[in-house]
Write a protein that binds this ligand. Sequence first.
Ligand SMILES: [Zn+2]
Length: 48
Amino acid sequence: MRRAYNSVLRLPQLSPCPQCGEPARPHRVCPACGYYKGRQIFTTTVGD
Ligand SMILES: [Zn+2]
């Protein structure tokens, strides 16, 4: 009667960011690139 799914269901749902491809939470600003719905919400300092 072990439920193998339990641990899986508790994981936060992550979907690849359409902008950078990093796993990010849906309906949230991507922490990796700062994009949300095709708009850049904040500027990341990664790079330059
Ligand atoms: Zn991103």
